[in-house]
Design a binder for this molecule. Structure first.
Ligand code: SF4
Ligand code: SF4
Length: 302
C-alpha cells in the first residue's frame, strides 16, 4: 500500500549533468498527466510497475512460458507478451536465466531515496543535488514534496523538472522546497498542444508565470518536427516567455534514444513517423530565442 512515505519510481540516475546545475542525482517519478507523442521516457507514463521484454537477450529457453500463470507469453520464438492477459506478477522476470524480462518501476520509501541521494553529497559541491523528474513529479505530489523537503533540511539543493500541469495549490506547496524549476513549454496553440500531448496548454501557461515569480525557472523547449518547430510558433513562444520571469531557454531537439524502450514495452516507436530535426532548424530556433534576449543552450547544457 502506498503511504505518504512511499512512492513509485522508474529509476534513480547518478552523476547527471543536464538536469540542473552541477552534478545531480535524478529521481524519475512514475506517472504523467501528458502522453506526448515523442516522449523519450515512455516507461514513466504509467504510475505502476511495467514489464520490459528485451528480445536480443532471449535464447528461446522457454522457462518464461512455463512460469507465466496467466498464459500471457506465446510459445512462438518471439515470446510475444499478450499485455491484456499479463497480471504483472513478474514471475517471468525471476524465471528467465538470460534476464530477457525486466521489471520497470518499483515502490520505494522516502528514506531509501534520500539514502541514495546522500551517498553522492561529496560530489554535489555548492550547485549540485537532487532533481526530481519523470514522468511528472506532481503525479505523486506528497512523495515529491517529502523528498524535496528532507533534501533541503539536509542542505542538498533541489530541482523540480516539471510539465507545469497541476493545480496551482499543489505546485505552490512543492515550490516551498524547490531551488530551481525546469519547466517545459511545448506549444502555444492549445489545440495543437492537446493533439500531441493529450492536454491543453492553458493550465501550463497560467502556471508558468506563477512558477517563475516564485522560484528560479529555466525553460525547456523540446523541438519536435511537425509539432512546434514552425517559425510562427517559436516566435509566439519567445514572446510569451518575455512576459514571465525567466532568462534561460534550453532548446532540446528531438532524439530517438528512447526508441528501444518502446520496443521493450511492446509499443510501436513513434520516431520513424515523426522524423528527425535538422541541425539548421535547431540553430534557427535557438537564434529566435537569443534575439528575444534569452540566454540559450542547445540540449539543456547547464
Ligand atoms: S509478468 Fe506474470 S503474467 Fe505477465 S508475462 Fe510475466 S509471468 Fe506472465
Ligand atoms: S510530459 Fe514528459 S514524461 Fe510526460 S508524456 Fe510528455 S515527454 Fe513523456
Amino acid at each position: 500500500m502506498m503511504t505518504k512515505n512511499t512512492g513509485i519510481i522508474a529509476d534513480i540516475k547518478k552523476f547527471e549533468t543536464h538536469d540542473g546545475p552541477g552534478i545531480r542525482t535524478t529521481v524519475f517519478i512514475k506517472g504523467c498527466f501528458l502522453s506526448c507523442r515523442w516522449c523519450a521516457n515512455p516507461e514513466t507514463q504509467e504510475p505502476l510497475p511495467q514489464l520490459y521484454f528485451i528480445p536480443k537477450r532471449c535464447k528461446d529457453f522457454g522457462a518464461c512460458v512455463d512460469a507465466c500463470p496467466a498464459g500471457a507469453i506465446s510459445t512462438n520464438t518471439d515470446h510475444k507478451i499478450d499485455r491484456q492477459k499479463c497480471t504483472y506478477c513478474m514471475k517471468c522476470v525471476e524465471a528467465c536465466p538470460y534476464s530477457a524480462f525486466k521489471q520497470v518501476g518499483r515502490i520505494v520509501t522516502v528514506d531509501e531515496v534520500i539514502e541514495e541521494v546522500e551517498k553522492d553529497k561529496p560530489f554535489y559541491g555548492s550547485d549540485g543535488g537532487l532533481t526530481i523528474s519523470g514522468g511528472e513529479p506532481l503525479y505523486q505530489p506528497v512523495f515529491t514534496k517529502e523528498l524535496l523537503k528532507i533534501s533541503k533540511e539536509k542542505g542538498i539543493s533541489t530541482v523540480l523538472d516539471t510539465t507545469g500541469y497541476a493545480k496551482w495549490e499543489v505546485l505552490e506547496d512543492v515550490l516551498e522546497y524547490t531551488d530551481m524549476v525546469l519547466l517545459d513549454i511545448k506549444h502555444m496553440d492549445p489545440v495543437k498542444h492537446r493533439e500531441w500531448t493529450g492536454v491543453s496548454n492553458k493550465k501550463i501557461l497560467e502556471n508558468a508565470k506563477l512558477i517563475a515569480d516564485k522560484c528560479k525557472t529555466r525553460i525547456s523547449v523540446p523541438l519536435v518536427p511537425g509539432f512546434n518547430n514552425s517559425r510562427d510558433n517559436l516566435i509566439a513562444t519567445a514572446e510569451f516567455l518575455t512576459t514571465i520571469n525567466a532568462e534561460w531557454v534550453d532548446i532540446v531537439p528531438l532524439h530517438s534514444l528512447g526508441s528501444s524502450k518502446y520496443e521493450f514495452l511492446g509499443i510501436t516507436s513513434p520516431y520513424t513517423e515523426i522524423g528527425a530535426i535538422s541541425k539548421e532548424e535547431v540553430i534557427k530556433a535557438r537564434d529566435i530565442f537569443a534575439r528575444y534576449g534569452f540566454k540559450t543552450t542547445i540540449g539543456r547544457m547547464m
